[in-house]
Design a protein around this ligand. Sequence first.
Ligand code: GLC
Length: 623
Amino acid sequence: MEQNDYITNAENEDTYFRRFSKYFDELKWLYQELYENDAMFAELCVKIKRFYLIREEELKKRDRQREKNPDWYKKNDMLGIMFYIDNFANTINGVKEKLGYLEQCNVNYIHLMPFLDSPKGSSDGGYAVADFRKVQPELGTMDDLEALTAECHKKNINVCMDFVMNHTSDQHEWAKKARNGDREYMNRYFFFDNDTIPRQYEETVPQVFPTTAPGNFTWLEDSKHYVMTTFYPYQWDLNYANPEVFNEMMYHFLYLANRGIDVIRIDAVPYIWKELGTNCRNLKKVHTIVRIMRMISEIVCPGVLLLGEVVMEPEKVAPYFGTIEKPECHMLYNVTTMATTWHTVATRNVSLLREQLDKVNALPKEYVFLNYLRCHDDIGWGLDYKSLAEKGLEERSHKQYLNDYFQGFAGYSNSKGELYNADPVTGDARFCGTTASMCGIEKAKSEGKEADMEKAIQCDLMLHAYMFMQSGIPVLYGGDEIGQLNDYSYKENPDKREDSRYLHRGKMIWENVEKIKQPDTVEAKLFSGLQKLEQIRKTEKTFLTAANCYTLDTWTESVLGMVREYQGEKIIGLFNFSEHEQMAWIDEKDGVYRELITDYEMPASGVTMPPYGFCYLKKLLPK
Ligand code: GLC
């Protein structure tokens, strides 16, 4: 560190004052709109400053650099990976030991799946937090976390963690006090001594886990009260109409940010505000809260990014970016694109995906999406059914087809996986499985069919190549880089067997990582294939988020064409979603292209695409 990177106490104060003054009016206005409570607003202002004052100088330096370069995360070198600490490396210190491997994966962003203290057996994969300031003891300590984030920062790796703000575990200190009848704490949740109001809510609020946790309320026999539980019965919804809840949760957020976290994933954010008579999702006040949270982070820790987990229909997602003048989240998941991708795998027809990409491409370039194929959750079939209806596909039967397809029952499928929360009433179900298993690697392996295996690997790589071509930040699902398969062992664990999401939450098999050194293995083919794509993505400037992107007609149902252009450079991506050879009938008459993966020079016209083939054609500039 250079000497002049340090700033004096007076400069520290000035910095805070500058940021605080910038946001004060809006902050106060919005806070009062929610709470009309001067005392609590004053408390918030005093305490957030304290979090600033005790923030490590190294982190403040990072903040200042990022303040000067606020687009730092919109570069094409950003690549993420997400994993559960115990599955990946047993402990936080274990993750530190594996940073070399992560660097080999070219990632500079790691999402550590929930690791805060959470009761065994009723943790929802860590999403039921009992203590926001304590790490699960078997994973390590807060000190270990700080040591890990510091080490990551040295290697230019950003660390993301979940902030589960919609609810706490029923074992959280507040919940325990509420259960014992302490009014102050009952008011931090939604408590009702009879079912009149819960019944009214149930009339308009849909269910998140209709099979594994039906209903939105839980009867507490010991305290003779109903409590609102949108997710599992042991996840009690917090009442954000209570300023105590809001303030305290903001302090937890800043506490975690001060541990060196770079990206805060706001879990289940659309659900945080409830109003009787509504569906309790995406309400206006959710946006007020996120906006306030964004301002607080801009004041205290502007180097920290907010990632909103908005798994909603497309028109509900983009509003979480806020506006250019009043931004809310920095980043959001590209969830509809993800689901539409798998629809395309099952139908071999790219038309819906093309429409979806066109919609995303039409959004302002300031919006950064996290692109992904798989994550720790199920795939919900949130597609554009209006458009599908025009193509002759009906919602319910199409969902049935997709679920049949991915279970391997229909439509020339080699996929393997399981349903999630099949709802006996609506007939709806979501889907679980790893990328590799859904691409056919598991089936080809168990049947020993080599030709099928080659196609499955090719399909897996094609999907990644296409995902990398989207604007935003690609995030790998940990284990996908070596083609980890479904793990059925969750069925033997009584704490997990009811939740099929554990199918794709298996332990990392490190013996398989060793196989990346043997070129003929599935692991090596995937790993090296991805490495090549990652290299291209980070060196070609057309992959910058600022690039101009559009889709291209290939006049072939199964081949997707995507174009990226930036400062005179141009890349065309072609992706064959079918197991058969296809011809992409493009005809770009603007010169000669070089295929970046094979290095062949060729014209971009009439391109023959092998089964699940893909290519990145870069236009060569005139010599
Ligand atoms: C988010 C998580 C999911 C969890 C839910 C409740 O959707 O991704 O795994 O079950 O929130 O916290």
